[in-house]
Write a protein that binds this ligand. Structure first.
Ligand code: C5P
Length: 421
């Protein structure tokens, strides 16, 4: 059995110190803990002490670009079996109930599809306040598990309900919930990633949870000598947009990228390669996959012999450049023992686009070909006009942004995998 994983969100309150003991107890039970702290929690416990106990980086500021790039908030929740908010202050409970996402912790909580346990802790009057009780009722209705606070003496010299339950009690509740949590990768209650959907359409209706989507993107560089290479004008934008859309639809995404300067989309595992042969190796390493979308503009040829040293002008005739054919990744996957159930290729053509694409579909053994006319400035541009060639015929899609092509393709893929309605 794999080790269960908790994402522990510590919000600011006098009981925050108990989070340290909770981590220690969970680790002793062989439960992995990764911690996120709100800004006010850091006034009560240091990220350092939490980090020492979790043996991991402690995540905090959602606008820390480095963190967002390396491990986005979606990834933080995706890698957990259960999210635990302990202590949960009146403030974070109110933000959760209101669907407010104004820091890393609340953004994770709004975007997650994992079960969530909140352990409220606050002053007795705050606990009994109508607003807090309304929020608790709302959270319960939303499917959030609430561990009722205990009754006793408070740090503020008052007595009543509002104490954080003892760490052992919280740990026992966590174990109980883990026993009934679905395995990582499956949705608990499908919520939309609102922070990412501001500019991106909602793909929650067309979900790819539990699916592995493999995407290739960008050009390849084929070395001639240590300083020169054969390349093409592919920008990688369409492939990266497709990988981003697949992650938004809930898939596990592997993006095998040729040399491009684009940022890695949230929730996507990126493997950087340079040559066609490296791309094929990375693609085969990433199998099995449910869907492969090969968008990369793989160089058809490479230099037959890569010169170990820079080729010199020696005053005579230019050295001939002999070429060798690269492996065709799409055709290789089509015949692979682990062939993805849905294999999609792209066809960049400058004339008789659909005819070429239809022939390519048959020749390479792809299920679908997305064909586009690259006689204009598509390569590097922001929009694309494509035709989807399937076994059933040809769909002509209007010109639209590359991100919209990606979304529409993902909708078609999700519908295809879901089978006939
Ligand atoms: O033959 P052509 O390059 O036009 O085929 C385009 C499709 O085949 C794209 O999906 C591209 O990613 C894929 N391809 C490949 N390996 C190659 C050449 C193309 O996977 N060596």
């Amino acid at each position: 059995m794999t080790q269960p994983r908790i994402l522990l969100i510590v919000s600011g309150g006098i009981a925050a110190y108990k989070a340290l003991e909770l981590v220690r107890l969970l680790k002793a039970k062989d439960i992995a803990v990764r911690a996120v702290m709100t800004e006010s929690a850091a006034a009560f416990v240091t990220p350092l002490s939490l980090g020492v106990l979790t043996e991991d980086h402690v995540y905090g500021d959602m606008f820390d670009l480095k963190e967002e790039r390396e491990i986005g908030h979606i990834q933080l929740s995706r890698e957990a079996d259960l999210i635990v908010v302990a202590p949960a202050t009146a403030n974070i409970l109110a933000r959760m109930a209101g669907g407010i996402a104004d820091d890393l912790a609340t953004t994770i909580l709004l975007a997650t599809d994992k079960p969530v346990l909140a352990c409220p802790a606050m002053n007795v009057r705050m606990w009994h306040h109508k607003a807090t009780q309304r929020n608790i009722a709302q959270l319960k209705a939303d499917g959030i598990h609430i561990l009722e606070p205990g009754v006793g003496a408070m740090a503020c010299n008052e007595w009543g309900k509002g104490r954080l339950p003892e760490p052992a009690e919280i740990a026992a509740e966590i174990e109980r919930l883990l026993a009934e949590a679905p395995p990582v990768g499956e949705p608990h209650h499908l919520l939309t990633d609102t922070t990412r959907t501001i500019n991106a359409p909602d793909l929650s209706e067309h979900n790819l949870f539990g699916r592995h989507v493999l995407v290739t993107a960008g050009p390849t560089h084929e070395p001639i000598d240590p300083v020169r290479y054969i390349a093409n004008r592919s920008s990688g934008k369409q492939g990266f947009a497709i990988a981003a859309a697949a992650a938004r639809a809930g898939a596990k995404v592997t993006l095998v990228a040729g040399p491009v300067m684009l940022p890695t989309p949230a929730g996507v595992t990126r493997v950087n390669v340079e040559t066609a042969r490296e791309m094929l190796d990375a693609v085969e390493d990433a199998l099995p996959a449910d869907v492969a979308i090969l968008v990369a503009a793989v160089a058809d040829w490479r230099a037959a012999d890569e010169a170990p040293q820079k080729i010199k002008k020696d005053g005579g005739a230019p050295a001939p450049l002999l070429l060798a054919e690269n492996p065709d990744i799409l055709a290789t996957l089509a015949k692979h023992p682990q062939r993805p159930a849905l294999l999609i290729g792209f066809a960049a053509e400058t004339e008789t686009v659909v005819d070429h694409a239809t022939a390519k579909r048959a020749r390479k053994g792809a299920d679908w070909i997305v064909a586009n006319d690259v006689s204009g400035d598509v390569m590097g541009g922001a929009t694309n006009q494509v035709h989807l060639v399937t076994g059933k015929g040809v769909e002509d899609w209007p010109e639209m942004p590359k991100s919209a092509v990606a979304t529409r393709l993902m909708e078609r893929i999700a519908d295809e995998l879901a089978g006939p309605k």
